[in-house]
Design a protein around this ligand. Structure first.
Ligand code: GLN
Length: 241
């Protein structure tokens, strides 16, 4: 069994340690003797829609989002949409998450059209959300660090990734964090999010492997260190306002 990962716009969209998510996916597959190949694709390169099982799309500054938004408005956006229709899984963080929605309205300048593969819209409002984030999903805790001024609102076709218990999440109003639609996940959790949320990493691995290998049962890993980091991050989040 093998896994193919494409890291999208790593030169423009990988702030707050987001590239660590690719490393986590790669290692958690390799620890299970799954052969992994990682490629990247950025502005000026051509995205092959049939290759990757899993795409990672990190966060970035507004100017990076501008360039990436323009690229997604062209052939690479069509290729990514085709890949998703073909069953590829996606993890998008913050700016990447925002660009998978219908549009992102920055604080200044025109709206940036998104890919529309997540039924969400984002607009910058006056307050920037910065801090630790805790949220719950089906008995699992999601822990991360958020830093965004774009507030995201879910439409009917997108479900929340998790329910906020500490921090702000999508918009600081409806207690939702992130979005899930098919095998596409968006989240505001930077940090990297996956090393200290192994349950989410394995969910994405299972979805991605199913694309070419059918349903797979992932062997359990010794996650004592990951769990210790997860619990420490929860304690830190709960100890602050
Ligand atoms: N520029 C966007 C915002 O502030 C995304 C920032 C990020 O990716 N951290 O909402």
């Amino acid at each position: 069994m093998d896994l193919r990962i494409t890291h999208l716009y790593p030169d423009l969209m990988s702030i707050y340690g987001d590239r660590g998510n690719v490393r986590t996916l790669e290692r958690r597959a390799a620890w299970r003797d799954i052969a992994v190949e990682v490629r990247s694709c950025t502005v000026g390169q051509t995205l092959e829609p049939d290759w990757a099982d899993l795409y990672f799309f990190g966060g970035g500054q507004d100017q990076g989002q501008d360039l990436v938004g323009q690229d997604l408005a062209g052939a690479n956006g069509g290729a990514l949409r085709l890949a998703i229709t073909g069953g590829a899984a996606v993890l998008a963080v913050c700016g990447g998450y925002q660009l998978l929605g219908h549009h992102y309205v920055p604080g200044t300048g025109p709206a940036i059209p998104g890919l529309g593969v997540l039924d969400v819209t984002t607009r910058v409002e006056k307050e920037r959300f910065v801090g630790n984030l805790l949220a719950e999903r089906d008995g699992e805790t999601l822990v991360g660090f958020e830093n965004h001024s774009g507030l995201t609102y879910l439409g009917a076709s997108a479900a929340p990734l998790a329910r906020v218990t500490r921090g702000r999440g999508n918009n600081g109003k409806d207690r939702t964090e992130g979005a899930v639609q098919g095998a596409v996940i968006g989240t505001y959790c930077h940090g990297s999010v996956l090393p200290k949320n192994p349950w989410l990493a394995d969910l994405l691995l299972a979805w991605a492997l199913a694309r070419r290998h059918g349903a797979v049962e992932l062997t359990r890993l010794d996650d004592r260190e990951e769990s210790a980091a997860h619990d420490a991050a929860i304690r830190a989040a709960r100890s602050r306002r």
